[in-house]
Design a protein around this ligand. Sequence first.
Ligand SMILES: Cc1ncc(COP(=O)(O)O)c(C=O)c1O
Length: 421
Amino acid sequence: MEGLIFEQVLKLNQRRGQRDKILLRSANFPLPTFKFQPQYCSMSTLPHRCWAEIDLAALERNLGKIRAALPPRVRYVAVVKADAYGHGLAQTVARLMQCGADCFAVANAKEGADVREIGSGWPVLVLGAVLPGEESALVEYDLMATVSAPEEIVRLNAAAAAAGRKLNVHLKIDTGMGRIGVWHRDAAALANELAAAPNLAWRGVFTHFSCADSDPAFTALQRQLFLDTLRELPAPADPKGFLIHADNSAGLESFAADSPINAVRVGLLQFGLLPYPDSLLSRLRPDPVLSFHTRVGLVKTLPAGTSVGYGRTRTLERETRVAILTAGYGDGLPTAASNRAQILIHGQRCAVLGRVSMDSTIVDASALAEVAVGDIATLIGEQAGGSIGVAEFSRWCDCIPWETFCSITQRVPRIYKTTRR
Ligand SMILES: Cc1ncc(COP(=O)(O)O)c(C=O)c1O
């Protein structure tokens, strides 16, 4: 390092939207120059190293089955936050719009604006808390905000007044989730404030169950608290189209046909996943929508006693034919799956050996009659009679199915099956 003069220059050019840059300058090296020239390169002809297949016809079938199980008066709110649970917002929402979703629910204003770009005419409910600065976007994109506190009413009402428009809102009641929502005892007071806000149009009321998939008694209590609280609320100025909703996928199990609840918010189930293994909803037979695949990049045989992968977490007990897959935690197979998960090659299960790397994973291919570079390895889905579901994959990864979907990273292309059936 001697003889070099290093100078750190922090350049912050917000006006041009550039990120912070730290340039390391030395007397001995010329200043780096940026030579990027976009060039035509047919990347589409390259084989995929890791990809997710999304079956839009399965999504459509699932929506149809869920609708058929509900009374016709019940509205279907499709929950498509977090890029439609990693399935890709644009394609998922477009298909749900075509096949009968009544309304969409997203996490924030940005996601709501994205839904608006896909199609018009569907109400879009933003489930998350509204940050200061997000109010005008809600008005501009004609989204429905969730209200949980008096100060939100003030901010949203002011933003709507400034735009000379009315903003649609839903009141959220906390009946035991402890997250977004006004505590149920304070709900009537807040509803009165909401009803009195001149630039807000009150369009719905809802709650959210904290353990509909694991604790039916607590879910029943939350539902009862919600129904009791509803009776204390003022009547909405415009009862037509007013939505009353509580049930997520697992909540549908205990949905009562004669309830005042007239909408459901469905996420996981429409993507083909039961909220838990013995769920009553299994009679719906939802079809898996997403499958997740990679390829064999290298095959070799290693002698007994060899340690494999970073950290040497596994030593081979016998001579082993290993296949090196072209996917790792950079794609959505987390390190928690190291030495635990299995994948399918030619329909047969192969165990993950050692720690999952960023871009590759080692599996035991000894039991396969044949394995070749380029073969498909399925992480989630069906292959030649074998099958690995999202729930099983999630257990290996110490996470929940929602998280598995959201953990498939951006670099993984989503390939859409667009057939109608
Ligand atoms: C408020 C709210 N409603 C509904 C859902 C949909 O839940 P599920 O995916 O279990 O159907 C979610 C999901 O996180 C949510 O946060």
